[in-house]
Design a protein around this ligand. Structure first.
Ligand code: MCN
Length: 787
């Protein structure tokens, strides 16, 4: 019987029935005996000194058990939440679990009320009287760096947390001297607020007899939570903390980091001696989940009149917010600056980034983390150049692509791209989207009530984070390998354990697909277990689209150990030499004598019964592997957006969207497409709708869905998706990540489409996102008035 192939098959996700029938098990679904509830008292001020906190005023309210403040955290020896990536001269202000003395952003925690029920805790939290002395605040990062700006933290002079650069400034100057033209772009990549379906939640339990804690929390990387919370925050031995992240309803980057609330429930559970749960209200998420993007950049592109891109120079100010969370310093530097080369063959690139503290919610990784910002800026300025040179944007790109025979390709900004072939993706996307016909239609519609814009971008991204030694040299306080344990039970049923975490990415389907092919058994015999540090070997979790290339590769290696041992057992049972045994068609059999075979069940059973094993072989069939990749992986592609703008109202409609992505061989095309679908919606949301807005001093003006516009189904068209396959040469599956590609590409594609329309119609070179009807209408009125 021929064994069914699973990798490459568009299987429906096996986890979905439990999600769509309400059978998921999320943190807030967990109820423990004696559990009580925590409600956070959050600062309404962006910057203020904390005065008297009247705990006694609420202690007699119904159900109230305890009120904790910064003093309690200090007395309990709870450490500051650490930063996990160091840069030279990085200034890192302390980040206590509960603010001590001063608050630094709206939503900073000043006290916590623990009560019998959630309602009682929230009522008392609302009633708690806290005195504040307001201090001047600053929200805009460029303003924060100006002389005389309000000082956010005393130990970060001038609010300048770091200055970082990459690339060769002299070589860049030299290339600029050769240019016929310097194209300039001053652009803001505005603040994004993450909105996973499931708000963050944490539940802590403390067992006094053993001194052990269990933390159920909405994490993308429970092992990292365990390491940091145990070793740096709670100051307890790591083996005394078990972190469980059961079903998690989306993260998009915002659930990578350790948050104040996690330390608070751990401390409260110990002090009170009962399990303590906190679950965010959506309005809390707006002021407490780490936010995204928020750059202001000045970019310059050196070009020749015939369309050669010579060099690129970027100066960026990155807003870090009121504290630095786990990856904050890495996002606008190593994840952003190193990607500024894009898909082009530049002679030189130079990027400078200044990180500024402000009185806003902290900024950290948000799907794509630095790479959407780099792609947006570069692909926007390449379009401005195309417009100035009067060249077709597709042709300008094609002319400057790194060529397929130039890989591995050393860029001027540190990265070595592993493999790529950019032109076929561009061609396929142009064909699929009928690019030339749309351009003709655009000409036809010129001057009408509705006008068209076409946005085309070609991108590359670095994901599958990555060699531990390299990221260590660059400042990461973490390893970047992944582990997998494969446990075969006597009956041949298999459990896969991974340090990766699935919170919407479909690992429970895709990982068993890899295993079913390697073991040649039905996929229904295999189950993936993840998200519990008490059950699996160490791992570094899910972010930077690393689960398939790094976690999947660790799994492949562990599976290979299983099949190697199984083959030895089969040879022994068949009384043949190992070289004469092949693993094919779902059995281990003697080459040339297919009737002499052993099934996976026969072997699993014998491995456990151990009645007849090769001499010296240990019983059991279980293997662990650790995989540390040799490089990042570099997915790429071309995305094309077509927008229609109503010139009377300024309303922008995304009419068509097509993408051709290359993430190497697809493990599960349905899942990969789903990832691209969600990613496109997230990226177009930034271009057209979403914007986190603060007033000058740091009050959040977009703290609810009334002001913060998330994309809805009727904002997006039906996408057209295609792919090319260029394997990564350095991992055993050849796969590259796909989890962020849609978001990395689509913001730039949609932005270019809007600006393409406004350039063709009115000669407007650039507007900052989001392209709301009002903004577009005003720009059109301005352009008409100045004609
Ligand atoms: N895959 C595949 N073939 C490939 C590559 C990947 O079939 N060549 C599949 C993988 O098997 C996996 C999925 O695609 O099931 C995504 O894999 P990968 O690109 O490795 O990304 P991760 O699983 O590491 O997910 C992380 C990535 C990131 S960084 C963010 S942010 C993000 C994203 O995934 N957050 C998400 N996608 C999300 N999707 C949902 N629903 N929710 C989130 O919070």
């Amino acid at each position: 019987m021929t064994q069914e192939k699973y990798v490459g098959k568009a299987l429906k996700r096996t986890e979905d029935p439990r999600f769509i029938t309400g059978a998921g098990n999320y943190v807030d679904d967990i109820v423990l005996h004696g559990m009580v509830h925590a409600a956070m008292v959050r600062s309404p001020y962006a910057h203020a000194k904390i005065g008297k906190i009247d705990r006694d005023g609420v202690k007699d309210m119904p159900g109230v058990i305890e009120v904790l403040t910064g003093e309690d955290v200090q007395q309990a020896g709870i450490g500051s939440l650490p930063v996990g990536w160091l840069l030279p001269d990085l200034k890192t202000p302390p980040h206590p679990a509960i603010a001590q003395g001063e608050v630094h952003h709206v939503g900073d925690i000043v006290a916590v009320v623990i009560a019998e029920t959630r309602a009682q805790a929230e009522d008392a939290a609302a009633a708690l009287d806290v005195e504040y002395e307001a201090l001047p605040g600053v929200a805009n990062a460029v303003d924060a760096l100006k002389d005389g700006a309000p000082q956010v933290h005393p130990d970060v002079p001038g609010n300048r947390a770091f200055h970082w650069e990459i690339g060769d400034p002299a070589a860049t100057d030299e290339a600029f001297r050769k240019a016929d033209r310097v194209v300039k772009l001053s652009a803001t990549n505005h603040r994004m607020i993450p909105n996973a379906i499931e708000p963050r939640a944490s539940l802590a339990q403390f067992t006094p007899s053993s001194g052990e804690y269990t933390l159920y929390t909405t994490s993308q990387n429970p092992h990292v939570h365990k390491l940091i919370l145990a070793a740096f925050v709670m100051n307890i031995p790591e083996h005394k903390l078990r972190v469980v992240s059961p079903d998690v309803g989306g993260g998009f980057g915002s659930k990578i980091f350790q948050y104040q609330e996690e330390a608070i429930v751990l401390l409260a559970a110990r002090l009170i001696g009962r399990p303590v749960k906190w679950a965010a209200r959506r309005s809390e998420s707006f002021v407490s989940d780490a936010q995204g993007r928020d750059h202001h950049s000045e970019a310059e592109l050196a070009v020749t009149n015939d369309g050669k891109l010579l060099a690129y120079r970027v100066k960026t100010v990155a807003n870090l917010g009121g504290y630095q969370t786990l990856f904050a310093p890495a996002v606008p530097t190593y994840l952003y600056g190193t990607l500024c080369n894009g898909v082009y063959k530049f002679e030189a690139v130079h990027v400078e980034v200044t990180g500024a503290m402000t009185n806003t919610v902290p900024v950290d990784a948000y799907r794509g983390a630095g790479r959407p910002e780099a792609t947006y800026l570069l692909e926007r300025i390449v379009d401005v150049a195309a417009h100035e040179l009067n060249m077709d944007p597709a042709e300008l790109r094609r002319k400057n692509f790194i060529q397929p025979d130039e890989f591995p390709y050393q860029t001027p900004v540190a990265l070595v791209y592993d493999s790529g072939n950019y032109e076929p993706a561009l061609d396929q996307a142009m064909d699929m989207m009928k690019y030339q016909e749309v351009r003709a239609e655009q000409e036809k519609m010129k001057g009408g009530k509705k006008v068209l814009g076409v946005g085309l971008i070609s991108f590359v991204e670095a994901c599958g984070l990555a060699p531990s030694a390299l990221v260590g040299q660059l400042g990461a306080q973490a390893g970047q390998w992944e582990s997998s344990l494969v446990r075969v039970h006597p009956t041949g049923k298999v459990e896969l354990f991974t340090g990766s975490h699935s919170h919407g990415q479909g690992h429970e389907t895709a990982f068993p697909q890899i295993a079913a092919d390697e073991l040649q058994i039905p996929i229904s015999d295999i189950e993936l277990i993840h998200g519990d540090t008490g059950r699996m070997p160490y791992g570094w979790g899910t972010y930077g689209s690393r689960s398939a290339p790094v976690g999947g590769s660790a799994l492949k290696r562990a599976l290979e150990k299983i099949t190697a041992k199984a083959k030895k057992i089969a040879a022994h049972l068949l009384e043949a030499s190992e070289e004469d045994v092949e693993h094919a068609d779902g059995v281990f059999r003697i080459k040339g004598a297919p009737d002499r075979s052993k099934t996976f069940f026969d072997i699993s059973l014998m491995a456990h019964l151990a009645h007849n094993l090769p001499e010296g072989m240990e019983p059991g069939l279980e293997a662990t592997a650790f995989y540390d990749p040799a490089n990042f992986v570099y997915p790429f592609g071309t995305h094309i957006a077509v927008v229609e703008i109503d010139t009377d109202t300024g309303h922008v409609k995304l009419r068509n969207y097509g993408s051709v992505d290359d993430c190497g061989p697809l493990i599960n095309p349905l899942i990969a497409e789903g990832q691209v679908h969600g990613g496109i919606a997230q990226g177009m949301g930034q271009a057209l709708l979403e914007e986190g807005v603060y007033d000058d001093e740091g009050s959040l003006l977009t703290g609810t869905y009334m002001e913060y516009a998330m994309p809805r189904a009727d904002d997006v068209p039906s996408y057209q998706l295609g792919h090319t396959v260029t394997p990564s040469p350095h991992n055993p599956l050849g796969v590259k990540g796909i989890g962020e590609a849609g978001t990395i590409a689509s913001t730039a594609a949609v932005a270019n489409a809007v600006m393409d329309a406004l350039w063709h119609e009115y000669g407007i070179a650039h507007l900052d996102m989001p392209y709301t009807a009002e903004k577009v209408w005003r720009a059109i009125q301005g352009a008409k008035a100045s004609k």
